[in-house]
Design a protein around this ligand. Structure first.
Ligand code: SF4
Length: 301
């Protein structure tokens, strides 16, 4: 087989295996993800607010994330958006002793004040995001502006927790939780909510939400060779996925992230799930040492 035919064959094998993985996880295990929380609400305004809170706290162990979200959402009642609109900005009963890792109840209250003021000034978080989006290959620049606008809309106290809830993409961070929120908002397929559509919310601009698990598996699959789970790795892996699905490159994210979240792919030498893993035939961890990434192969064609 010639070199070009081999590259096409490699990409085609990767696409086939990723499609198999996607089919395996389609419509399954919503309970394993913080995306389950916005799905509890019917009103799009509630879904948007709860999705932003849920994705922002999506760090740490899955059980701990879910327990924290239960504690956070309970005081907001059955209609969190209406609760915020009517809230006087004072202490919220039940949040005083809230802690999720280094994020405190006071941090969350300040975060909620920002959401409240954004809704009051712009009508929705989507409207605020769209206002700062002047286009571009991906959502990194408008995401940075969106987060900065939120910080400035409520110039309250600074804290480690608030800085973590509102990171700066320009620092080179992958901003996994914020790109997860964007995936939920912009994708209309599967469990994703599809609340932000039209205009510049082009599906092709989304980036793969890159955490340590997705980064590790992306390296196994040759989507990136970057050593850290940073913005550059997210962009490189997304560029590789665009070769497979230009319109919906992060459409594989639900399935890829299940491998890490549900401990299907532990990264341990035991590799006890490899035998039944859909991507095993194209996994470098399984079949051999890393070679060039999928994107590099095309670039050298
Ligand atoms: S084949 Fe094994 S190491 Fe590779 S992604 Fe699947 S579970 Fe992980």
């Amino acid at each position: 087989m010639g070199a070009r035919a081999k590259r096409v064959s490699d990409l085609s094998a990767l696409r086939e295996r990723l499609e198999a993985l996607r089919a395996e996880w389609r419509g399954r295990r919503l309970d394993s993800d913080p995306l389950a929380f916005p799905h509890r609400y019917a009103d799009p305004a509630d879904r948007e607010v709860v999705a932003f809170l849920s994705s922002s706290l999506a760090f740490g162990r899955v059980a701990s994330i879910h327990a924290s979200l239960e504690r956070l959402l309970s005081p907001l009642g059955p209609h969190p958006a209406a609760f915020l609109d009517a809230w006087n900005g004072g202490p919220i009963a039940g949040l005083g002793r809230f802690v999720h890792r280094w994020v405190t109840g006071r941090d969350v209250e300040e975060f909620l004040r920002m959401v409240k003021r954004a809704r009051h000034a712009h009508g929705s978080l989507g409207a605020l995001f769209a206002k700062g989006d002047s286009g571009g290959e991906d959502f990194v620049a408008p995401l940075g502006l969106f987060l900065r606008n939120l910080r400035e809309i409520s110039p309250g106290p600074d804290s480690r927790g608030l800085r973590f809830l509102l990171p700066s993409p320009s620092s080179g961070s992958a901003c996994k939780r914020q790109h997860l929120f964007l995936r939920w908002m912009v994708r209309t397929d599967g469990f994703d909510l599809g609340l932000w559509t039209g205009g510049r919310f082009s599906p092709a601009r989304r980036l793969l939400p890159m955490d340590t698990h997705v980064h590790r598996i992306s390296r196994y699959l040759g989507l990136t060779r970057r050593p850290s789970a940073d913005l550059a790795a997210s962009r490189e892996a997304t560029a590789a996925l665009r070769l497979l699905d230009p319109e919906d490159p992060v459409g594989y994210d639900w399935a890829l992230s299940r491998l890490g979240i549900l401990a299907e792919c532990t990264g341990s030498p035991a590799r006890r799930h490899c035998e039944r893993c859909a991507v095993a035939p194209v996994c470098r961890e399984r079949i051999g040492p890393p070679r060039r990434t999928a994107r590099e192969k095309v670039m050298t064609t």
